[in-house]
Design a protein around this ligand. Sequence first.
Ligand SMILES: Cc1cc2nc3c(=O)[nH]c(=O)nc-3n(C[C@H](O)[C@H](O)[C@H](O)COP(=O)(O)OP(=O)(O)OC[C@H]3O[C@@H](n4cnc5c(N)ncnc54)[C@H](O)[C@@H]3O)c2cc1C
Ligand code: FES
Length: 300
Amino acid sequence: MSTDHCENPLHADYYADTSVHHSAEVIENVQVAEGTWRVRFRCPEMASKCKPGQFIMLKITDRDDPLIGRPLAVFEITPDEHGVPTDLDAVYLVKGNLTTRLVDVRAGQTLDVWGPLGNGFLPQPTRHLIMVAGGIGQTPFVTLAKEYLGLANYGRDCPQADKVTLCYGARNEGLLAGVETFEAVPGLDVRLCTDDGSLGHHGLVTDVLKQVLEDDKQAHGSNEGVRVVCCGPEPMMEAVAAVSKSWEVACQVSLETPMACGIGICFTCVTKVLQDDGSWDYKRTCVEGPVFDASKIVWH
Ligand SMILES: Cc1cc2nc3c(=O)[nH]c(=O)nc-3n(C[C@H](O)[C@H](O)[C@H](O)COP(=O)(O)OP(=O)(O)OC[C@H]3O[C@@H](n4cnc5c(N)ncnc54)[C@H](O)[C@@H]3O)c2cc1C
Ligand code: FES
């Protein structure tokens, strides 16, 4: 049910009202890149509800450190032999309390997982969807690409795009994670780049984005119908937002703000968002995001 934001400043459309909690069996947990792992766990009810760009909170069952879960994007939704979604994949960079312990989890152990959470990417008419990822920021984009290419249905109507491109950059080749998964998506144009030139374009992902925008303009006379979606380190998202603005194309960013509860209670995850009257207000990334219109974000 939608409530007027003015009447209720704490309103958010994406509270965890329809989320579920699973004690989820781990199916596999494998290394996919330098310091980066993919964990697959069984959670049919949650898997059937997940939409591209939503996230889950995850902790290791029976471990009290960390006591609270950590947010991870849904990387893949895997169906069983009847096409019914059963498993979720998360791809995680080993960073701190949870992720250093998560690498030791084996098939058959359980994880406490709750979700799906957040707004995710809402389906919108798009001629050319350009997904721009930096570091571990590629994780929300497999399902999104499949949805816009008409290869998967996540329980909602999504207008198909004529073209979907992934521009994915990392510091070096070893840190590019899940590339084979993206390259296996039929019709997805994958453009890679690295800061050190070890794979793909030698330079920043914004260079690749500009080239894709230029090619699109040459082919179509204008960039009308282009939508950029972006996830990665904040300075990179700010740069992608600036490029999108100067090329006059729509841009949405999926923020990776640290979170504690994930369900709208603690206000750990707030980010400054511009209001219609030009002032800014704090919005909770977990229930009002993580996907925001890039032109509304106050980056500093
Ligand atoms: C919506 C969303 C989706 C995400 N998806 C992914 C994903 O798919 N893959 C992935 O690898 N990561 C993802 N992240 C980032 C991931 O949640 C963090 O890296 C997480 O902190 C890792 O947990 P950890 O316990 O291993 O590290 P932590 O022990 O949490 O430490 C990680 C770093 O963050 C700092 N930190 C942690 N919490 C806070 C806080 N509340 N305030 C300030 N600093 C803090 C720590 O000091 C440390 O430097 C996502 C984040 C969000 C919000
Ligand atoms: S993480 Fe608690 S309100 Fe967002």
